[in-house]
Design a protein around this ligand. Sequence first.
Ligand SMILES: [Zn+2]
Length: 1006
Amino acid sequence: MPRPRCPLAFFALLVSTGLLQAQTNIDAAFARDPKQPVDQSYTDHIKQYTTQPYFNSPLTDYLPASNTVPTPAKVLGDVSGAPGILPYAEDVYAYFRLLEKSTPRVKVYSIGHTEEGREMIAAAVADESLLAKMSENDTRLAKLADPRTISLDDAKAKELVNASFPIYYITGTIHSPETGAPTALMELAYRLAVDDSPYIQYIRTHMVVLITPVVEVDGRDRMVDIYKWHLAHPKEQWPRLVYWGHYVAHDNNRDAMAMTLDLTRNVLDTYLKFHAQVLHDLHESVPFLYDNTVGDGPYNAWVDPLLNGEWAMLGWNNVQQMTAFGMPGVFTHGDFDTWSPGYLMFLAAMHNGISRLYETFGNGGADTEKRILDPDEYARTWYKPNPPLPVVTWSQRNNNNYEETALLSTLSFFAQNGQQFLLNYYTKAKRSVEKPESSGPAAYVLDEPASSREAELLRTLALQHVEISKLSAPFTYTPPAKPAKADKGDEKSDDKTDKDKADKPESPKPQTFAAGTYVIRMDQPYSRIADALLDRQYWAPDDPQKHPYDDTGWSFGDLFHVKTVRVTDPAILKVKMETVSDPNADFGKVSGSGGVYAVNNSSEVSLLGLRYTLKDATISVVDKAFDADSHHFEAGSLLIQNVDAAKLKDALGGAGLGAVSLGAMPSVAAHPAAAPRIAFMHTWIATQTEGWWREAFDRMHVPYDYISTQTVAVTPDLRSKYDVIVFAPVGRASTQQVVNGMPMWGNPLPWQKTDLTPNLGRIDSTPDMRPGLTYAGVDHLRDFVTKGGLLITSEDSAQFAIELGLAPGVFVAPKGSVRVVGSVLNSVVVDKSSPIANGYDKELGVYSAEGMAFTVSNTSVNRHIETQKDFKRPTGRGGPADDDIPEDRPYVAAEPLPSPKPWEPTPLNEEEARNNVYLIPEQYRPDVILRFGSGKGFLLSGLLDGGSAIEEKPIVVDAHLGQGNVLLFATNPVYRGETLGSYALVFNAIQNFDRLSKASPAAGTK
Ligand SMILES: [Zn+2]
């Protein structure tokens, strides 16, 4: 579609042809109460700040007056959505608490704190008659939420439904640059409490609206600082919001599986404590309002089908209402697939409620701006018959009008159908309890000896409010036989550790789970979230959805490296079990009695932290596996002496570990456990992906100095300060960006704590975010490694190390046509002798964002060396496998060509090695620790297409440079709190930073 030459002329055309007549076709149901006076000044300002009449509706183009209840202007100094005004969270809270003081229709609850100690609140808004009955209503809702309490009695449930009113929970500004929601929600609360129009009276007398106006409070306060800086420096570029929350930015809305962030836990706890039916999260991005309630396929495979119907009902109704108001650019289909359960709002979908999310158009601040849309944003489609305008002047007030109008109209619809939604709420909960008999499975069993990985998995499930049980008696399970499938004959792997064998038809073997084994029963109200996390996912490569919105796989059993068995036989539910109220209490146990405590390393996530927690104890690391007191201990296990028993027990419990107390030091080679000095290097380009690493290090009590690339640029002798430098992934950053930083034209971009910006510069600070690592910094890193330091890299930072020559012999493998979108892939341990692999058995599920892998070489240049696989025999005598033999001369056999495995370097022959300056001396050749799997077992969860390009390629490599090491991950081993199974690769490497180098070969050998 050609763009109109003059945008203004195009507007005039639209208006004159009546396409945008907002004031016609109004649903009379939303008329205001003519008897209630209007706050004229506030109303005038709404009009003034709304850039076109059709960007408002009869619901929000006025504000009712009140003699007793203050409007948002009391705190803001102007109306909600006024240009130039962005309140801090505490100002927003101050307003909600003013409301609470001035009207019995608002009650404010403190719902917890953030990582940086800022408060989170929820405000309940309803008629005083409802708020007075909150507690007795909640008693009824609690029974509907857990139908076991009423013996799954539908008649009883109906009675409870008839007597109850629903709770609708709205959350704002989880994404800090999406700034409009807090003021929209302040005004929404005022309207709900004050407005006497019949439809609002109906809402407040039939339901409770629960509002958390700011979800990411730490990030909100930083965003307001940035915006204030911008207002104070109107002619300058403003710094980007490089930190949102304490750990992560946009990914705070991907934490609803692993529950690592305070905001996720606070919102889920509130949602479940109030027994709300809906969790509706407010965002900003696409124009003008995308209600992603309907979204696009594929839908999550674990939700109750009833929810699909509720999404359709609410989403399409909302669009219909907004269309009736004549507001352009409102849609509900498209864009967002509903597959991953990682989004905050999806907590409701996974706990028998309804998840919803709005994307409203926003300017990332409160400036009124000319906005130019992309063709795909303003294109008309079947689901956008009244699409957004291609060019628009957009204000924060427009944003607030859209958000409030959409919310008010959907609340009205919800109130009118409240009993139906309550009944659905009960039905979904009941079906969750009935899951074992309907669709199954009956339970998941954690078939694993106690480990810190298992403790973490149990902890996560407990945070999800999943009930955990433990067998009191053994149970023998025979999995159902799989029908034999025709062999496609395309298998090629010859490695016995790969999982191809799993698909050969085998008669299932019974397995017995001992008493004490953890069981997650599926006959519980929150069975869906447990099922969604513990099951595996499959995204068909030919799915019509070509753009997965997020990760396609997340199976927690694989990612936590905990063997989980999906048990379909309901007989397990009849076995005697005890309910585990506190899974932590099961850990930290010490058996035996003696002065030496042995802690096994079963790829534990928390062993390294123990070294720092028990800093005064004498701790050794064993070099080889050993047995003592009928317990087996892997290489890398700890022997702890000179420690206070109570202190040890405390530390073990917190770490999800147990110990065996031995009478004497076992006779096994061991060395003192180092407490390496760690630096964590971040860029000023992006801090989110490394933020997940920081979260993991903090949670596992591994201390570090947090430094930036700018620090490294001016610190010549890093080795005197640090043993290990962690350079976690930046997030699709090029080497050039890391080295050069941001362009130096324009003004400096400060990230500092000042009177104007009190919330910046606390995690790290700089007077100017633009300068990068610089080549001096690269030299400092190289010097650090060659003097014996360990540099840890992953994904783009691994690519950085390769491109700068810090990892001789390691290269990024060509991706070919492989397609991976946030999938869980199988990997195989190649080098069991490396301490990095301590505690790992043969295989490990790893998270791969895009299918990155490595190749290794014995030379420092990536030059192809002919292998047997490349050889094609020439035309001549004999068959394809025979040697050609030239006539009339004696036959001379060729040197055999090498046949390396995909994870091995191609050996050079004498000819190739002679006088080759690029040939890496043996002791500096890279060690492959882990490689990708292959065959049918390669994909564990998610999407994998064209996998042969990366099958069996190295993914974790220890490169040697001088006296030190560079550890490279092609995958991300520390990601979103979901990959606990691979944390120990990082921690083992740190613990053994000084034991990774190879000895020089003895003189005389090659
Ligand atoms: Zn967002």
